[in-house]
Design a protein around this ligand. Structure first.
Ligand code: COA
Length: 392
């Protein structure tokens, strides 16, 4: 068998595998649209609750509909008692993304009907997941620090309630609003790795919980949602560095990546990063913290390095800007990716529902790509088996 590389679409780049009506990206123009609406408009005027409804149901809700949806999410925030009991026994070193990935199957157990294929049930499950992922994240953060989890506060909106449960203080309304905007900007992104993982898993008719668990695993990686934590680690490493440009040069010369740069689809700029850049500047100016300024020094130095090599399409992505924004909100490093997760869960659930309940036409069957076999081959009769003692 030939050892040549035959794969045409490494990483499935450019392969269309399904019809989807949920979101749209124009990578050349730097545009991201949810169900027809540009993310900038949603970030300026909408709320995460309204955006989650839009993604799940396909159209913007009326005033009554969004109030009802928000109320359902609010009512579903609390976790089953046995989940708190389990978390209290987990090693305090556990990463919050691992905790989320371990906790979602426990929500399936609490639900008891995860395998029922019913659209209304999936919508109810989606509300439960959107409501509970922030509670799990905040509860784990307190448990691992030897504190009792705080009960959700019904008087607070989604983002404000998370900050309250995490930090034990009612957040400033502007901080809560900024976090809500971050949740809107991360809520969906077509067939990214975690969404594809979710859709691929439920194409086997596995449950919504199985799909979200797989998506959480995919999101945790440093090339995907895990990048925001890596960006902040990089900025912290640079805090006392006199020569940022020399640091960037040395990093790239060692063949390492500058985290938060590059994107598989955006080649002229990530619109989410552009939006967050304005927020980062405002937070930096108000707080007097230098994280935004430092991120801009890294950006300038990295772009200059890439320009010198003729690479003009590797630009800052959403994680490059969300990391300093979250840091200035007081979010711990390893809680940054869980925030991405409990925003994107709205998108994952919308895609899972689309995957399971789309009209038959255009509905993808069980995903089953193929690989080009390049391993040992002795013909269709197979290689001759020899017992261990005869192997040289
Ligand atoms: N730092 C340094 N070099 C980078 C880079 C980065 N952040 N991103 C891409 N490149 C370089 C690659 O090394 C490669 O160089 P080469 O052609 O000399 O081998 C070239 O650009 C193409 O990279 P590739 O990984 O094939 O591009 P991609 O578009 O498929 O990758 C990412 C997209 C996101 C995987 C990639 O840009 C990356 O790893 N970024 C850092 C992690 C990150 O921020 N992830 C969050 C994405 S939202």
């Amino acid at each position: 068998m030939s050892k040549e590389v035959h794969v045409k679409n490494i990483g499935l780049r450019g392969v269309t595998v399904a019809d989807s009506a949920i979101s749209f990206i124009d990578g050349e123009q730097g545009v991201l649209i949810y169900r027809g609406y540009r993310i900038e408009d949603l970030a300026d005027h909408s709320t995460f609750m309204e955006t989650a409804y839009l993604l799940l149901h396909g159209s913007l809700p009326t005033r009554e509909e969004v109030a009802g949806f928000s109320e359902q999410v609010r009512a579903a925030r609390e976790l089953p008692d046995f989940l708190y009991a389990c978390m209290k026994r987990w090693p305090v070193t556990a990463h919050p993304m691992d905790v989320l990935q371990a906790a979602v199957p426990l929500l399936a157990m609490a639900d008891g009907q995860g395998e029922a294929l019913d659209r209304d049930r999936y919508l109810a499950n989606s509300i439960g997941l959107i409501a509970k992922l922030p509670t799990i994240t905040a509860a784990w953060h307190r448990i691992r620090h030897g504190q009792e989890p705080l009960a959700p506060d019904d008087s607070l909106d989604h983002a404000a309630n998370f900050l309250w449960m995490l930090q034990g203080e009612k957040p400033h309304p502007e901080t809560a609003h900024d976090l809500d905007v971050c949740l809107i900007l991360h809520a969906d992104h077509t067939f990214n790795a975690s969404t594809f993982a979710a859709r691929e898993v439920v194409s086997t008719r596995a449950s919504i919980y199985a799909g979200v668990t797989a998506a959480l695993g995919a999101l945790s990686g440093s090339l995907h949602g895990g990048a925001n934590t890596r960006v902040m680690q990089m900025l912290l490493e640079l805090e006392d560095e006199d020569d940022v440009a020399a640091w960037v040069h040395a990093r790239l010369a060692q063949g390492k990546k500058v985290m938060g740069f590059g994107h598989a689809i955006y080649k002229t700029g990530d619109p989410r990063a552009a939006y967050l850049k304005k927020m980062g500047k405002r937070l930096g100016d108000h707080s007097g913290q230098n994280w935004f300024t430092l991120s801009q020094q890294v950006e300038d130095a990295t772009l200059a390095e890439f320009r010198a090599k003729g690479k003009t399409t590797i630009l800052p992505n959403v994680d490059f800007m969300s990391a300093p924004v979250y840091h200035m909100m007081g979010i711990p490093l390893d809680v940054m990716t869980p925030i991405f997760a409990f925003s994107r869960v709205a998108g994952w659930c919308s895609h899972i529902i689309e995957e399971q309940f789309a009209d038959a036409q255009g509905k993808p069957a069980l995903y089953r790509p193929k690989a080009e076999y390049v391993g040992e081959y002795c013909g269709l009769m197979g290689c001759e088996y020899s017992p261990p003692e005869e192997r040289g």
